[in-house]
Write a protein that binds this ligand. Structure first.
Ligand SMILES: Cc1cc2nc3c(=O)[nH]c(=O)nc-3n(C[C@H](O)[C@H](O)[C@H](O)COP(=O)(O)OP(=O)(O)OC[C@H]3O[C@@H](n4cnc5c(N)ncnc54)[C@H](O)[C@@H]3O)c2cc1C
Length: 384
């Protein structure tokens, strides 16, 4: 057993940490206040090679995928990016863990060669369209339809809560190709954002991750070439759930990043803030908070690495990914709440980042499966 990162992953961690410090430390607050992502940051992340991590070299990606380290590499980068900016983090996470990973694992070589090189280089941004107004935790009840018509499909439906919807170039869309009412009706399609009939009808005003875009995406008589079907008809829900195992590891990394940011900022503040003629770090009440926070960060990170390693090695990881996401999202919320407490009144001010961590942490318990859904996944495996 080895608890050290290998040299390649250590170098990647160092690169991502420096990038986040230089490019995101101050920008994160500005983008949060403006509720707008600076897309030049995405391009810069691509220049660092981050967008290529989950894509094979043959399709323009990095060696990490071919070396069975793609998920571990993604986790390492996502922790660092999210430590500074969770809005940037979720944009990268959806692009890598939901879009590119799905395409890499399930799509034909024809689809991969048409789309993945631009995803690897960051020229294009990907989004993942599963949720609808009536289909959240119960994603299998989605109503978007895809009707075969000769050499193409016609898609109709409305997708909700789509991360990066307004600036994505390509969507992966889950839609029903038959009507038995079962999840085996669902298929996955690659849909160009510029295809006639695709429109963005709404931008959500959110509590946290405010700089990331979350949109309603409407598909009205959208003509999609039949060769943009991923795999075959009827396996779309299986693809969606398998992809979410990987996505949940990405959200665990986001949560670990927010939790770590909370601890690091709280430690620095506790050492400098004086009350009763001493730094507040001298009070055991504060020390114990910091101990509990640090323990939760480490526990969550270890669960995250385990799940990533399993997935990189082609082993089942549904339960482990759910555990990582659940533990990490609870750690993020715990740590951000305690950080606000340690900052006192300043923690409640938008002048300090812990206020943003508190708002950003909240989403990690909701998307890519709520905490209740993670507990369902874990308990099913435990009871099997
Ligand atoms: C900011 C943001 C970004 C998102 N990005 C994307 C994206 O890019 N692509 C995409 O497809 N989706 C995305 N989503 C959607 C997200 O995955 C869903 O919001 C999430 O799965 C929960 O679904 P829901 O909101 O419909 O809640 P509901 O399913 O209505 O759940 C409401 C409550 O009921 C509980 N509940 C539901 N069923 C059960 C059950 N069986 N047992 C116990 N409790 C239950 C839930 O845990 C929750 O507490 C995003 C959401 C947000 C807020």
């Amino acid at each position: 057993m080895d608890f050290q990162l290998n040299e390649e992953l250590k170098t990647l961690q160092d690169t991502a940490r420096k990038f986040a410090e230089t490019e995101l430390k101050t920008k994160a607050r500005e983008m949060d206040h403006a509720e707008k992502l600076d897309l030049s940051v995405f391009k810069k992340m691509a220049e660092q090679g981050f967008t290529a991590l989950t894509i094979p070299e043959k399709f323009g990606g990095a060696g990490t995928y071919d070396a069975h380290m793609a998920n571990q590499a993604a986790c390492i980068v996502l922790e660092e990016i999210n430590r500074r900016c969770a809005s940037t983090g979720v944009t990268l996470s959806v692009h890598m863990s939901l879009f590119s990973s799905l395409m890499t694992k399930w799509a034909s070589d024809d689809i991969k060669s048409r789309y993945l090189p631009d995803m690897a280089s960051g020229k294009k941004i990907g989004a993942y369209c599963l949720s609808e107004a009536g289909a959240g935790s119960d994603a299998g009840s989605l109503q978007t339809r895809a009707k075969k018509n000769g050499d193409h499909y016609i898609l109709n439906g409305t997708k909700l809560w789509i991360t990066s919807g307004e600036y994505a170039d390509v969507f992966i869309v889950m839609a029903r190709t038959s009507d038995t009412g079962k999840t085996k009706d669902i298929s996955s399609f690659v849909v160009d954002a510029k295809a006639p009939g695709v429109s963005i009808s709404k931008k959500e005003k959110k509590m946290g991750i405010r700089a990331s875009a979350t949109n309603e995406v409407v598909l009205q008589d959208v003509k999609v070439p039949a060769n943009n079907l991923i795999g075959e008809e009827g396996i779309g829900f299986k693809i969606a759930l398998d992809t979410l195992d990987g996505g949940r590891i990405g959200i665990a990394a986001q949560a670990v990043g927010i939790a770590r940011a909370s601890v690091e900022d709280a430690v620095e503040y506790a050492k400098t803030r004086q009350q009763f003629e001493q730094p507040i770090a001298q009070f055991q009440a504060i020390q114990f908070k910091l101990a509990d926070m640090a323990m939760r960060v480490d526990a969550a990170r270890l669960l995250m690495y385990r799940a990533a390693w399993l997935r990189d090695n082609g082993l089942p990881c549904g339960k482990e990914a759910a555990m990582a996401k659940l533990a990490a999202s609870e750690a993020a919320n715990y740590c951000a709440k305690e950080a606000v407490q340690i900052f006192g009144g300043n923690g409640y001010s938008r002048e300090y980042d812990v206020e943003r961590y508190f708002r950003d942490a909240r989403i990690t318990e909701i998307y890519e499966g709520t905490s209740e859904v993670q507990r369902i996944v874990i308990s099913r495996a435990v009871l099997a």
